[in-house]
Design a protein around this ligand. Structure first.
Ligand code: COA
Ligand code: MG
Length: 286
């Protein structure tokens, strides 16, 4: 999931454009981009689009960001959108493993009531000091949690931490990546609000890629191609990975040399993972 485009649930005119675009995943939003007075209608609109033939035919990962557990909307949001075409529910402001258990119980009940064969996964947002401190517990709380999403607006603004402080961003990205890694799940990088600043988006995405993030959230269609490009393994990465895997097949020792570099088990596992990612992706845009 290299690119995950947010689409406000209250703007149905954007849904067909988002479905027709190149994002690997769409995240229909019920939370911060939807006014309090528009939540109920947005819920119905998202439920409809998830049932549409366009969604059924789409190969995209379909996600809904619901309102947080402490809001009056959480239960109604989940009840409206839990269905066969919902891949992941994105839960904002998760603060503990118990929060995940609450989401899991609700999802399990809805799936049983509706005869849904495929469990709905959870993408948990880490976007508060407590959420960050407990991020590894959150990541490992239940097998439904497939990824952690780092969120900067909610985390930084109340603390007065400057979003432009690259060192602070790097620290937070690494902390969330390591928490996800402890649970063996992936991490997705934050949105970059200044959508006219392509270079800034790209720089931040490259930094996230170097930390092992699988992709970045987008708020505007112009950011999708940037994310898809950054998070696609480069031709050079694929060539080196292939050389490592080939050499491992012929090696008769645990440690050997490829291109002057010592290779052993963790490098071979990483090389296989790079090739697996490359195989899953559509061919690069011309
Ligand atoms: N999904 C699908 N299409 C989108 C889109 C989105 N998130 N954002 C913009 N577009 C479309 C526009 O409708 C427009 O289409 P058109 O060429 O057919 O008219 C085109 O892309 C260009 O959009 P633009 O005019 O540059 O942007 P805007 O001023 O209409 O909207 C935002 C800017 C930021 C308000 C809008 O991109 C948006 O709402 N993004 C998502 C916000 C969100 O979900 N936030 C919560 C998560 S942090
Ligand atoms: Mg937020």
């Amino acid at each position: 999931m290299r690119s995950k485009l947010f689409v406000p649930g209250s703007r149905p005119e954007l849904f067909p454009k988002a479905l027709a675009g190149q994002a690997d995943a769409l995240s229909f939003d019920l939370e911060d981009s939807v006014l309090e007075t528009a939540k109920a209608e947005a819920r119905c609109l998202i439920a409809q689009v998830l049932l549409s033939p366009e969604s059924a035919a789409s190969k995209k990962i379909l996600i809904v960001r619901v309102n947080g557990l402490t809001t009056p909307h959480f239960e109604a949001d989940l009840a409206a959108v839990a269905g066969p075409r919902l891949d992941l529910v994105n839960v904002p402001k998760v603060e503990s493993a118990d929060d995940i258990h609450t989401v899991t119980r609700t999802l399990a009940r809805l799936e049983a009531e509706r005869g849904l064969a495929r469990p709905i996964g959870i993408l948990a947002n880490v976007e508060s000091p407590r959420g960050l401190r407990l991020a590894a517990e959150i990541a490992g709380a239940d097998p439904r949690v497939v990824g952690l999403q780092v969120g900067f607006a909610d985390l930084l603004e109340p603390l007065g931490i400057d979003r432009a402080d690259a060192a602070a961003i790097h620290h937070l990205q690494l902390a969330v990546r390591l928490a996800a890694g402890e649970a063996g799940i992936w991490a997705c990088d934050a949105v970059y609000a200044n959508f006219k600043d392509a270079e800034g988006f790209r720089t931040e995405a490259l930094a996230a890629k170097r930390l092992g993030y699988i992709g970045k959230s987008c708020i505007h269609p112009s950011q999708i191609a940037l994310a898809n490009d950054v998070f696609r393994p480069t031709d050079e990465e694929i060539t080196i990975a292939q050389r490592i895997v080939d050499a491992a097949g012929n090696a008769n020792a645990g440690a050997f040399t490829v291109d002057g570099r010592m290779i052993d088990a963790p490098f071979i596992r990483r090389a296989r993972a790079v090739l697996a990612i490359a195989r899953q992706l559509p061919p690069p845009a011309a």
